[in-house]
Design a protein around this ligand. Sequence first.
Ligand code: 5GP
Ligand code: ZN
Length: 114
Amino acid sequence: MSDCIFCKIIKGEIPSTKIYEDDEFFAFKDLNPQAPIHTLVVPKKHITSLMDMEEADAPLMGRLLYRAQEIAKLQGLGEGGARFVFNCKGDAGQTVWHIHCHILGGKRLDDGFG
Ligand code: 5GP
Ligand code: ZN
């Protein structure tokens, strides 16, 4: 998608602080971190939101979860733990329409589900 900011980040057209990259996934620091560690993991394939994925995307999204927990451990969160979040559509506050998994950690997240 030519006007998607995360597609542009993946292609290097918008700068980001890269944490991890492979053939299928890209991970980078969130611009507006909500925790000491706040990383976004995206598939290179443009999918609009978790609730727009097709069944054919299920293996890709399974691998995304596996990578996300690996990336969390790479960032030192293996012992303390982390929160993995997908905001889907308007009521959940999704603002970027390219599916992404937030990894939040590095402190005790005592704020319920927020
Ligand atoms: P959402 O609310 O859609 O689940 O989360 C989108 C996230 O993307 C937000 O946490 C926001 O700070 C982050 N974000 C938006 N634009 C950019 C950007 O250009 N660069 C980076 N690194 N993060 C961004
Ligand atoms: Zn995109």
